[in-house]
Design a protein around this ligand. Sequence first.
Ligand SMILES: NC(=O)c1ccc[n+]([C@@H]2O[C@H](COP(=O)([O-])OP(=O)(O)OC[C@H]3O[C@@H](n4cnc5c(N)ncnc54)[C@H](O)[C@@H]3O)[C@@H](O)[C@H]2O)c1
Length: 270
Amino acid sequence: MPNNGQETVLVGSRGPRLSGQVVLVTGAGQGIGQSIALRAAEEGAHVICVDIREETARATAASIGHTSTSLQADVADEQSVAALFTEVRRMGPLDHLCNVAGVAGPQGAVVDVRPDEWDETVRVNLRGPYLMSRAAVPLLIETGGSIVNIASALGHIGWRREAAYGPTKAALIQFTKSLALDYAPRIRANSISPGAVHTPMIQAVLDETGADPDTYGAIHPLTRKLIPPRAIADACIFLLSRDATFITGADLPVDCGMLATGRTTQELTQ
Ligand SMILES: NC(=O)c1ccc[n+]([C@@H]2O[C@H](COP(=O)([O-])OP(=O)(O)OC[C@H]3O[C@@H](n4cnc5c(N)ncnc54)[C@H](O)[C@@H]3O)[C@@H](O)[C@H]2O)c1
């Protein structure tokens, strides 16, 4: 309602932030990818859910409804990504790519990590986002879109028994900067570095090590709990949205202060 001749602005009434946009999310079958897919749909996007496990991608898309589609692909396989993008191009313009699919890799000291385990971790966590971005860039240039890569706090700090995973995430943060610089001003590219997020991936680590969620969550100064996947999704929506128009080449920690400590789990909990 007009007030002294001035337009009234309703705080928080801007509406959905991705209305009418198309967002492709890899690893959408569970965990952080699933949460990003659901949040993007809440923000008005059409979501293309991609996962190597077809049935899980289909289930996420089904839970969203008619504004979502599911497609199966191995993000680290060149032919699979080519076939995926034949389908994506057929569907029309693409506004955003979220590279979320990843693997935890082996939990072991350097000499205990087998070369095939190392290669598989690099293949999915680094070659995957590279192949997906390479295929998506021509479409994103058309729409002036953006990319978000899910890296990790372990891409910033050393961590025992993470000799394959940590290096892939450090490299992914650097790769994101390459994307940002190579394709400015048409495409923005940013990464998110989560702390420990309560997903099936971290549950598997808890099961393997026998740690309970609260003990593991103690690495986070802010909450002393594992981070809910939705917290990463909220940050991702922000980076995709117009609110982040002037942000590119950045890495955003969503880690409840973990990186601010500069310390490792072992040091914090001993
Ligand atoms: N959970 C955490 O604590 C945490 C912390 C930091 C970063 N991350 C990163 O966030 C991302 C998601 O992690 P999450 O915890 O949700 O994992 P998750 O294991 O729960 O889910 C990963 C999803 O990716 C899919 N996937 C795996 N390999 C694939 C491939 N080659 N092609 C297509 N899909 C594939 C899986 O099927 C699964 O649905 C990963 O990149 C992970 O490294 C996770």
